[in-house]
Design a protein around this ligand. Structure first.
Ligand SMILES: *Cc1c(COP(=O)(O)O)cnc(C)c1O
Length: 354
């Protein structure tokens, strides 16, 4: 597909790496294309970054028809820029689209668009340690009518933001509160889709945890409030008695690409990894008898985020003395090593730009 390019008249100055943070600064351009039922995708273009008009009746604004992805481009020591497993994000976006009745983007087209856009903006990939260019593809229903129906018109966009190191002051384990009331997702719902609505639904519990001094919540399943699902907006893993346990993908859990990568790295190093149901009672027992050795969240933004303390019904448990564990550290070193091109990519996960 032809991608029309409208270059910004004035390019912005690149920010100082120490000021980056997460998702506050955006590059000079953004990608947009439109979809209409019967016509398919059209008018693919890279245009100057900025606000754009949207009809006040747009489906996305009223009925939450929105999905997104998150991945990063990394600057290697030799100056080249590479992405980490982008095909996985493209496939997941199509799975999310299927769930929300948004249109599919053929994989080849989605990859061509992503690589063209990242190549165009690659000078924005910072090179300071731990920094990267965060890529945010998203799609929304954009019919200009209030009638409730499957989407006829959709818009697909990509924006990009240079982001700072997640761990500027070193990797500090976080305190997590187990949420026993609100649930993030239910089986048959949209938990496995990366959609904005899931985030809206999880805000209340996140806010409550924050007020109590916790970084995030540990979600339990929506039916029995019994099985562990995710931690905040990350997948979760535990080392219990030498075994790595992570909740099985039952439909209400987002299939993280970091989760998948951790499992593949762990298996390649000979760890026993079980994707299974893990009840809060089993975890509480493991915390009480000391067999819970490590716990961590995993996702693109942080890679891994060690859990140092878990609070369940006002009982507080410390994990690994509140320090990062060996397996958590190994996963962090291995994945970031591959992402920034410091370790050999024996899995074939990285994709060079240009
Ligand atoms: C995006 C996301 C994750 C992590 O997925 P990655 O592909 O590893 O970044 C986990 N849980 C939720 C709810 C998410 O939205």
């Amino acid at each position: 597909m032809e991608i029309r390019i409208e270059r910004a008249a004035q390019l912005k100055a690149k920010p100082d790496p120490s000021t980056l943070g997460f998702g506050k600064i955006f590059t000079d351009h953004m990608f947009i294309m439109e979809y209409e039922a019967g016509k398919g995708w059209y008018d693919a273009r890279i245009v100057p970054f900025g606000p754009f008009p949207i009809h006040p009746a747009s489906t996305a604004l009223h009925y939450g028809s929105e999905i997104f992805e998150g991945l990063k481009a990394y600057r290697r020591a030799d100056g080249k820029v590479q992405m980490f497993r982008p095909i996985e994000n493209i496939r997941r976006m199509n799975n999310s689209a299927e769930r929300l009745c948004l249109p599919q983007i053929p994989e080849d087209l989605a990859m061509e668009i992503l690589t063209t856009f990242v190549d165009y903006e690659k000078d924005w990939t910072p090179s300071a340690p731990g920094t990267s260019l965060y890529l945010r593809p998203f799609m929304f229903g954009n019919d200009e009518t209030l009638g409730v129906h499957a989407v006829h018109h959709a818009t697909y966009m990509i924006i990009a933001s240079p982001v700072g190191s997640y761990y500027k002051e070193g990797i500090n384990p976080v305190k997590i509160m187990i949420e026993a009331e609100d649930v993030r997702a239910v089986r048959g719902g949209t938990g496995y889709a990366k959609c904005g609505g899931n985030y809206a639904a999880s805000n209340r519990a996140g806010q409550k945890a924050e007020q109590k001094g916790y970084a995030q919540v540990l979600w339990l399943d929506g039916v029995e409030r019994k099985y562990i699902e995710e931690v905040g907006a990350m997948n979760v893993m535990f080392k219990i008695n030498g075994e790595i346990v992570t909740p099985a993908l039952t439909g209400s859990i987002l299939p993280g690409i970091t989760r998948k990568s951790c499992i593949e790295v762990l298996k390649s190093k000979g760890f026993k990894v079980s994707e299974r149901l893990l009840s809060i009672d089993e975890l509480a027992q493991a915390m009480a008898d000391g067999t819970l050795e490590e716990a961590w969240g995993c996702g693109t933004a942080a890679v891994v985020s060690p859990i140092g303390e878990l609070c369940y019904k006002d009982q507080i448990f410390t994990v690994n003395g509140g320090k990062i564990g060996e397996v958590t550290q190994m996963l962090y070193d291995t994945l970031t090593g591959i992402q920034w091109g410091k370790l050999e990519d024996s899995f074939g996960w990285t994709q060079l730009i240009g």
